[in-house]
Design a protein around this ligand. Structure first.
Ligand code: IMP
Length: 184
């Protein structure tokens, strides 16, 4: 275990099993697209989505396309700024399409609530959200993800895409940082 990690919440094996189950659950919700219709568009929110996104799309037995966008996030802190700005935008239009947004974690809910508004204004057929982790006790705005890997208590977690000050995204498990590491 990494010396900055206090406790492992979910192991690599637990995450893999959960993502496989999520893939089946999600695939069951999207009927095969008709001939000539564009397939499901899986949209990853950079950078935290990367490991979850890569695993999830491979667990989806569906025709799909992928795209990415980036949003302003926490910077180097552990508390939400409350401000959500679009950075890198999608490379394709979403009008008329089924969109599956893939995110690492829902905390205050501000990021995804805002992103859903932003995407909805572009006229997609549907927008659903898959999050690897959910911290419902931290909501500042009402937001319920459609698909959740794991629900966690109010602890700052890293690994499997989630970072503190840009680090720990590559840890294959999800763990809680030692308090001394971020002064929390
Ligand atoms: P929200 O807008 O407060 O829901 O924040 C969502 C974003 O905050 C996530 O995409 C993460 O980048 C970041 N975040 C929230 N909680 C954590 C955490 O426990 N560890 C790492 N990043 C987090």
């Amino acid at each position: 275990m990494h010396p900055d990690i206090r406790e492992i919440l979910f192991t690599r094996e637990q995450i893999a099993a959960r993502v496989r189950a999520l893939g089946e659950q999600i695939a069951a919700l999207y009927p095969a697209s008709g001939r000539g219709e564009p397939p499901l568009l899986a949209v990853g929110i950079l950078k935290g989505c990367v490991p979850f996104f890569a695993d999830l799309i491979r667990a989806l037995p569906l025709p799909l396309e992928i795209d990415f966008l980036s949003l302003s996030s926490y910077g180097a802190g552990t508390a939400s700024s409350g401000q959500v700005r679009l950075g890198q935008d999608l490379s394709v239009p979403v009008a008329g399409r089924d969109v599956l947004v893939v995110e690492d974690i829902v905390d205050s809910g501000r990021t995804l609530a805002r992103l859903k508004e932003l995407l909805a204004a572009r006229g997609p057929r549907s927008v659903r959200v898959a999050a690897l982790l959910d911290k419902p006790s931290r909501r500042a705005v009402p937001f319920v993800p459609d698909f959740v890997g794991f629900t966690v208590e109010d602890a700052f977690v890293v690994g499997c895409g989630m970072d503190y000050a840009g680090r720990y995204r590559n840890l294959p498990y999800i763990g809680v940082l030692r308090r001394g590491v971020y002064g929390g």
